[in-house]
Design a protein around this ligand. Sequence first.
Ligand code: ATP
Length: 516
Amino acid sequence: MNQEELFKKLIAHAKEYGYIFPSSEIYDGLSAVYDYGQYGAELKSNIKRYWWEAMVRLNENIVGIDAAIFMHPRTWEASGHVGAFNDPLIDNKDSKKRYRADVLLEEHIAKLEEKVEKEVEKGRKKFGDAFDEAQFRATNPNVQRSAAKLDEVRRRMVEALTKNDLEALRQLIVDCEIACPISGTRSWTEVRQFNLMFETKIGSVSDESSTLYLRPETAQGIFVNFLNVQKTGRMKIPFGIAQIGKAFRNEIVARQFIFRMREFEQMEMQFFVRPGEEMKWYEYWKAARLKWHQSLGMGDDSYRYHDHDKLAHYANAACDIEFHFPFGFKELEGIHSRTDFDLGNHQKFSGRKLQYFDPETNESYVPYVVETSVGVDRLVLSVLASSYCEEKVQKDGEEGGERVVLRIPAPIAPVKLAVLPLVKKDGLPEKAREILAGLKYDFNCQYDEKDSIGKRYRRQDAIGTPFCITVDHQSLEDSTVTIRYRDSMEQERVAVEALRGIMDEKVSLRSLLSRL
Ligand code: ATP
């Protein structure tokens, strides 16, 4: 199955099995807005809990807050979002499709990079053991030509973006001979800037001063509360403030399912440090966050760092942790060294001092900030994409045929276990309900007695339940049950009494947290 097919199947599966629905579907949906169904909501909440506990519980110097979505409009002037939170957009005149000019160029750069890597691979095959990669890269004319082109495109793109030179951006698209993927033509409009913030009004009087924005990032709610938290929590630098919450962006090109939405959720942590120490902490959080992702067990090779070519207006260093989505490596989390830009500007715009008195150095200063910012929805997508699996079943005791299974790691799986009486008679349902009653306070459980046991296993596989507890006639005699494992389909007989302990060990977040 190729990646495109996998992605289509995943979207269909997420809908069919209660994970993700298009928003207001009975009205034909709303573009780039999605609703989480019964299992999607559980998965999302488990992911959030894992992040929160890794941040707030495991780090003595990090606390969590929950700030409002609406903020004073001056916030967004101070943060630079009113002036600069823009995407450069360009339309193809034939297909009438709209694109982000920077994304078209980045995709072009990725293709050039691929070309270089293919040449290197060719060389590796040709020269075998004698292959010297560094020398090959430095001397092979094809590689040299592509690499030079690549550098040139990258340089011109960064320059155009930095200078906000929209004509230069368009010219670069023309010079690179980039064609619209839909119409195949190179007939492009001018490039225009488009602000991504959603506007709304507060109160009953509608004038300029009542304009509010839906926050495009959660970070600013942390910055404006910096002193509140520092003082009330008696926090000492370095310390962090974490937050999970909704953010809104009027994305121009909203495709790729829940990867790019107009309403989404972020988990951000702002770490306040002494000026001059930000690079040390930037490196620290880069490593810590990668480790957190890898602890989920989606495969270490599914992640990579990508350093930013063009830094945002607030940053002096920035990188993404990218994940290998079905449509390629794309940003999952951003790690940014934001300097004192935000606190400094809020100080200017509000007229209030946002400084920290450092008892160790006897100095007051505006702290520097290192931010980690990850999208909950992109995490959900990464988990679903790497969990989705179609396979043939050839296991004793299982009905043959095909199954679709979501191999979601047990600690974040929506339903932890299903209790299933083998048949719907002979007192088995009663026994099963009794067992369920003993487990439901600790775990999200399901009970199912309809259809054959094989069909019920398939249903649980499809929603990713890691364990099925099957109650059979022997259970009535010796109070034992079988645990059927989702991934291996192995079965194991255990005492009912031991179930809670066994399950707890397998599904508790402890197993993930202790890997950090
Ligand atoms: P991109 O380059 O993909 O537009 P970004 O660099 O604008 O993303 P940030 O501003 O760094 O993203 O936001 C931090 C995180 O928030 C991202 O890493 C991503 O996981 C998430 N995020 C940003 N925009 C969206 C969106 N439209 N839909 C879903 N998640 C998003």
